[in-house]
Design a protein. Structure first.
Length: 183
């Protein structure tokens, strides 16, 4: 009962076995290509979404690395500032309170401040051999070399740093200031 179109074409002489084999191979080829295209159609969005996900992950990784670098730089800066504070505290020139102490006036933060020192320290401050730094709520006398090391790291610690020479005002060049004048 099975009388397929193929058998009917052969009986009628309209086709032979060779033609039918080529047609069957061609059908299989087209069928395979259609399946591949169908798979490719489904795979393309997945590939696109995978690419987008990979790009998003790369951006997130780059952002995390930048954030880590920023945090590390901040930690390094804080460590350097702490080291500068410790350097000021360790190199503080010890001074004792005495009745003969005199006030050394300096400008810090837009205000005139004063520290009481003996005459020798007063001369060294005026000559620029000593500097004044403020740490932990106190003004501390330190050698000028220490203040110059601290200044690039934490400039807010250095309250007074003199180079030893006052700028000359040409109008007052003929009127020298006496050495014993205290203001």
């Amino acid at each position: 009962m099975r009388n397929s179109l193929r058998d009917q074409l052969i009986k009628a002489g309209l086709a032979n076995e060779e033609h039918l084999k080529r047609a069957k191979a061609s059908d299989r080829k087209h069928h395979r290509q259609a399946k591949q295209q169908k798979r490719a159609g489904k795979g393309a969005p997945q590939t696109e979404s995978a690419r987008l996900a990979a790009e998003a992950a790369a951006r997130e990784r780059a952002r995390a690395q930048a954030l880590n670098r920023q945090r590390q730089a901040e930690a390094d800066r804080l460590a350097a500032e702490a080291q500068a504070r410790d350097m000021v505290v360790q190199n503080e020139i010890a001074r004792t309170q005495a009745e003969s102490d005199i006030a050394f006036n300096f400008n810090h933060g837009g205000k005139i401040r004063k520290v009481y020192v003996n005459a020798e320290l007063h001369k060294e401050l005026a000559a620029g051999k000593l500097a004044i730094c403020r740490t932990r709520g106190r003004y501390r006398l330190v050698p000028v070399e220490i203040a110059r090391k601290v200044e690039p790291i934490a400039p807010y610690l250095v309250a007074f740093l003199s180079d030893g020479s006052e700028p000359e005002d040409p109008d007052y060049a003929d009127f020298p200031v006496p050495d014993d004048l205290m203001w």
